[in-house]
Design a protein around this ligand. Structure first.
Ligand code: BG6
Length: 485
């Protein structure tokens, strides 16, 4: 008997905006991802966080018709390589693939009343192929790819009307792709505070002065309501399907056992849980509402909002986990970047070239914490290591660092399951190399499959199997028992 349950959903994950490319093909409209500029050589020591935009920079980028500085416009051209890529995933033995649907491929501006049929045809083909290959789709409805038009007209999720636009999109997805059983509403729903434009189309200079934070929380509330309404709709259209929330699990340790460090850390972790709390428990935590009120932020609820949240919680909890960080009351404690955060350095942990602290034990801790808190099945839908890979002349790629990263994380994942955590599946991030969300670099690679494109889009777009490809294949075939030496 294997530690992991039979039917465990082993696989990988990608997002439309970082993989598909074809940004202006077959009627697709511009999305916020098409505005994301290439940010090379991110200085780890002077990390300033995710990209920031102004109305002027967005309009300028929107007018630019080339993809030169906008790598997400070309992605890895998954749009035209979909069959080949899915076959490679099947060769690795994938049981599941997490993908997202580009909203602006179905509704170019977000405002149309009927969808773009060419967009529907692409995704139908993709799901059909996955079905043929025995790969279960896990579909994110909103993964950093809101139609740009909605951002420029109403400031994205700030305008409550977007809930209706989003539900029109959901209705089409659930009706047209009704074989899909696993859905996620908002990718890293908590990320709206860290990068409001990428996540929710919010352009800071369009918020009333000094109101940016309040406006973001209100937009977040609109997303919570939209998620509950989408869950309701899903159950009406595909009764057995499951809706999950998706959280960036930012596990934080106190740097010391000084009670002040512990309190600060507790608050950081509670802030991280807040988003899933709303979507799982169907209500706002009193501590969060109180903290917001103290900052002068009072959310505006419509009469049915709270009842809706309560009536339509999610069925399972999914999350991304890449790194952990520490926290300290000492303002001079050295800091290092993580997944769009700047945490305190943990002296016990190594880090990637981008400064993200590698912590396999933190994955087990996260699984135990999340399961004990929510008592709902969990799914790890993103985990992996961004690294610079070298394509050898013979077409091989030797990536022992990636194998070591995954092996250590799988050991911890298995321990958590052995201790009682109910885990539905594991999809590694960027199972095939895709454009980085944070830096728009192609050279930050996560995949088991190498794609021959550089940061500026030069290359053959040919796919190569890395050493980790063969290793992951064995892991899946043995349901996680064979992790190599
Ligand atoms: C997650 C996002 O936060 O991290 C992905 O959901 C993203 O879209 C991933 O790609 C890794 O981040 P990055 O910046 O290394 O691509």
């Amino acid at each position: 008997m294997t530690v992991l349950p039979e039917g465990f959903l082993w696989g990988g994950a990608i997002a439309a905006n970082q993989a598909e490319g074809a940004w202006n093909v077959d009627g697709k409209g511009l999305s916020v991802a098409d505005i994301a500029m290439y940010r090379p050589d991110l200085d780890v020591k002077n990390y300033k966080g995710h990209m920031t935009v102004t109305t002027e920079s967005v309009l300028k980028a929107a007018k630019d018709t080339s993809d030169k500085w906008y790598p997400k416009r070309r992605g890895i051209d998954f749009y035209h390589h979909v069959d080949e890529d899915l076959e490679l995933f099947a060769e690795m033995g994938f049981k599941a693939l997490r993908v997202s649907i580009a909203w602006s491929r179905l509704f170019p501006t977000g405002k149309e009343l009927t969808p773009n049929q060419k967009g529907i045809a692409f995704y139908k083909r993709m799901f059909h192929k996955m079905n043929e290959l025995g790969i279960e789709p896990i579909v994110t409805l909103s993964h950093y790819e809101m139609p740009l038009h909605l951002s420029l007209n109403g400031n994205g999720w700030v305008d409550r009307v977007v809930i209706d636009d989003f539900l029109r999109f959901c209705q089409v997805c659930f009706t047209e792709f009704n074989t899909v059983q696993y859905w996620l509403s908002f990718n890293e729903v908590d990320s709206i505070l860290r990068h409001p434009f990428t996540t929710a189309g919010i352009i800071p200079d369009q918020c009333p002065e000094n109101q940016e934070e309040a406006v973001i929380y209100q937009a977040l509330h609109h997303q919570f309501v939209a998620s509950a309404k989408a869950t309701k709709l899903l159950k009406e259209i595909i009764p057995n399907a499951k809706m999950g929330c998706m959280l960036t699990k930012l596990t934080t340790y106190p740097l010391t056992c000084k009670p002040e460090d512990v309190e600060l850390t507790l608050k950081k972790n509670l802030q991280n849980y807040f988003y899933a709390d709303v979507q799982v428990f169907g209500e706002y935590p009193r501590l969060t509402l109180n903290a917001l009120e103290k900052k002068g932020i009072v959310l505006s609820f419509e009469p049915d909002d709270l009842a809706l949240l309560k009536a339509y919680p999610v069925d399972f909890v999914s999350f991304s986990y890449y790194m952990s960080m520490a926290e300290s009351t000492d303002p001079n404690a050295p800091r290092t970047p993580g997944n769009t955060v700047l945490g305190v350095k943990n002296p016990y942990l190594p880090a990637t070239d981008w400064g993200w602290q590698i912590d396999p034990k933190g994955l087990k801790i996260s699984l135990l914490e999340l399961y004990d808190r929510y008592r709902k099945p969990l799914m790890i839908v993103e985990n992996g290591m961004g690294a610079k890979d070298v394509l050898e002349e013979d077409g091989s790629i030797h990536d022992p660092y990636r194998v070591a990263y995954f092996k250590a994380h799988f050991e911890q994942m298995k321990e958590a399951v052995d201790e009682g955590v109910e885990l539905l599946g594991y999809t590694s991030w960027g199972a095939i190399d895709i454009v980085s969300a944070g830096t728009s670099q192609m050279s930050k690679r996560y995949g088991f499959i190498y794609v021959d494109i550089d940061d500026e889009g030069n290359g053959t777009y040919k796919r190569y199997k890395k050493d980790s490809f063969y290793w992951y294949k064995k892991v899946i075939a043995s349901n996680g028992e064979d992790l190599g030496d």
